[in-house]
Write a protein that binds this ligand. Structure first.
Ligand SMILES: Cc1cc2nc3c(=O)[nH]c(=O)nc-3n(C[C@H](O)[C@H](O)[C@H](O)COP(=O)(O)OP(=O)(O)OC[C@H]3O[C@@H](n4cnc5c(N)ncnc54)[C@H](O)[C@@H]3O)c2cc1C
Length: 399
């Protein structure tokens, strides 16, 4: 039994099979779970504690296909699983669930240890390169090409973000060559380019803009983002990234509307901005009258005509609905996750490829996307479990 890809999806599949099969996990990298470890650098948001029905809606169009897997490994189930590995979790104020240690390494260490104890063999520095004519898996290794005959295989190769951690999306061609529909991998939970002035890029790169309302299409949310040298990134941008990406692709740009002062209504802002400025500079006046300074003031200057600053009503309107033009998403290599991947209808209900019997797939290589908030790892664990259970049944039927 082969598992190719030693991220959270592949390791979960291995866990479901270790008691009935000789399980071999192959990974291109010198160590396993590198992206999982990186996710741990920002706290390892492993799942989310919100109402499960709401939780399911986070997967958009992919919900229907993923729901049985997500019901098979729920956020509560994931907390229980982590606890069995000796990792206590807690729910943060936003409902996000983290390990108490706020990192991934203790969990990954305990997990790999338990898998090794269960007899799983790990083959590092084995880059999967397709199948031989006789259907054996082919790997590039430091010792040259090796082949492996598997009675069943789970592919869990991830998307194409942060390729230096191992997942480069090269598998898309390998599966397409076998007639499997793989939708193009695209950046998800990603930053966007903005045509900043040189001053904005130099002076405000890295500065957070906190607690503003971002609106796009039907959606509006309050949150934080960060100005970068090239544009914007951060949790509130990521939350809208699917819609923004699609609009930028379709229209050549996506115009986001920012409310820079969500706690003040337009009448109050107009009134306060209409007060005589006296000897105050414009910057001081904006700060005192509207609480707008730093990066918020810079955003105003970037996005509206200078004449608007002379008209309190127009200025108030701009503060409440500032159009920020995003040009394109940042490259997938920088994204938190990937959209696109294996079209979900290529998989049967056991997560087996209909065109390649005995080959199961899991994790981010499948065509679903979700915002940050623990949904990504949850779906990788849940589909890893479903694919592992599918392979288990397949092996049982064949014996
Ligand atoms: C900076 C950052 C922070 C994140 N934070 C969070 C978070 O807090 N919460 C959350 O839910 N998600 C987070 N994510 C996303 C999460 O880490 C991924 O969704 C998850 O790791 C995907 O799991 P996976 O098993 O499908 O793939 P991966 O974790 O990418 O694992 C795939 C494995 O396959 C191997 N591989 C790829 N190609 C080959 C090949 N040809 N041959 C052999 N091996 C191969 C790779 O080396 C890798 O080990 C974060 C991601 C990033 C980049």
């Amino acid at each position: 039994m082969a598992i190719v890809g030693g991220g959270p999806a592949g390791l979960t599949a291995a866990e479901r099979l270790a008691d009935i099969a000789e399980v071999h996990v192959f990974d291109a990298m010198p160590s396993l779970g590198r992206k999982f470890l990186l996710a741990g650098k920002s706290g390892l948001n492993i799942t989310h504690g919100e109402n499960f029905e709401t939780f399911l809606t986070r997967f958009g169009a992919a919900r229907e296909k993923l729901e049985p897997a997500l019901r098979g490994f729920t956020p509560d189930g994931i907390r229980q699983w982590a606890a069995e590995l000796g990792i206590e979790t807690f729910t943060g104020s936003s409902g996000r669930i983290f390990p108490k240690a706020m990192k991934a390494s203790p969990l990954l260490r305990a997990w790999l240890g338990r898998l090794a104890d269960a007899g799983v063999t790990f083959h590092r520095r084995h880059k999967w390169n397709g199948w031989t004519a006789r259907g054996e898996l082919k790997f590039e290794t430091p010792d040259g090409e090796l082949t492996f005959r598997a009675d069943a295989t789970v592919l869990a190769l991830g998307g194409a973000s942060w390729p230096r951690l191992g997942g480069d999306g090269a598998w898309t061609q390998l599966l397409r060559a076998h007639g499997v529909t793989v939708n193009p991998l695209q950046p998800s939970n990603c930053g966007f380019d903005v045509a900043w002035s040189p001053h904005m890029a130099a002076r405000f790169a890295g500065v957070p803009v906190k607690s503003v309302t971002l609106s796009f299409g039907e959606r509006a949310l309050r949150g934080d983002f960060v100005v970068t040298k090239y544009g914007v990134e951060g949790s509130a941008i990521y939350a809208l990234s699917a819609e923004l990406r699609e609009a930028a692709e379709r229209d050549g740009k996506a115009v986001l509307t920012l409310d820079l002062a969500p706690d003040r209504d337009i009448e109050r802002l107009t009134r306060e901005l209409s007060r005589p400025r006296g000897k105050n500079s414009l910057a001081n006046h904006l700060r005192k009258a509207a609480g707008i300074d730093g990066a918020r003031a810079a955003l105003l200057r970037e996005c509206i005509d200078g004449l608007v600053f002379d008209d309190p009503a127009l200025l108030a309107a701009a503060i409440k609905a500032l159009p920020l033009t995003l040009i394109r998403p940042r490259p997938i290599a920088e994204a938190i996750s990937s959209a696109g991947g294996i079209a979900l209808d290529e998989l049967d209900e056991k997560f087996m490829l209909r065109k390649l019997p005995g080959i199961f797939c899991a994790g981010e290589m499948l065509d679903w996307e979700a915002p940050t908030g623990g949904y990504l790892i949850t779906a990788c664990l849940a589909t890893g479990r479903a694919a592992g259970d599918g392979a288990r049944e397949w092996l049982a039927e064949k014996r």
